[in-house]
Design a protein. Structure first.
Length: 170
């Protein structure tokens, strides 16, 4: 009896309704396979989130333990395991340790620039002179004039402003 009712129901559906139903089913299946191919019982797609590892910087104690162990055993892999660091970290710090000893392991090197770029003194003088001669000119006009006289890209507008602020004439 149920079989006959299913056939009757199927006949009621028009061809366009069948096509729509088939299309949505194929869309769901292709969508689920494109994302890891996993779906739960409700037909919802599960996505896997990739976990990113974070390794905090090594401490001075870790580095000291690393190289003390290395000096005693001579085994890089064992000393890295005991200190809880990677071999890459060992090789990163080895040159400093060999050159300067344990004192070099106490402080990490700074990534800040040690010699910040500074505009040449003759360019600074030219900027100050132009501002004094033409107090209405802004940083863009002064930089264009200096670049026209000295050469292209001799000074940027922001460098002009820094010089003028430093000299208290901005």
């Amino acid at each position: 009896m149920q079989l006959n009712s299913a056939r009757i129901e199927q006949k009621r559906l028009s061809n366009s309704q069948r096509a729509k139903t088939q299309k949505t089913e194929t869309d769901k299946s292709s969508l689920s396979t494109s994302v890891n191919g996993e779906t739960n019982t409700n037909g919802e797609i599960k996505t896997k989130v990739k976990k990113q590892n974070y390794f905090p910087p090594t401490t001075a104690e870790q580095r000291r333990l690393l190289f003390e162990t290395w000096e005693k055993t001579g085994n890089i892999q064992e000393s890295c395991r005991i200190a809880g660091v990677s071999r890459t970290t060992f090789y990163h710090w080895r040159e400093r340790f060999l050159a300067e000893g344990f004192e070099a392991l106490e402080r990490p090197r700074s990534n800040a620039p040690h010699r910040p770029r500074r505009v040449a003194s003759h360019i600074e003088q030219r900027v100050i002179e132009m501002r004094q001669r033409h107090p209405t000119w802004g940083k863009l006009r002064i930089s264009k004039e200096v670049n026209r006289q000295i050469g292209p890209k001799a000074i940027s507008p922001n460098s002009v402003m820094r010089i003028l602020v430093r000299e208290n004439i901005w």
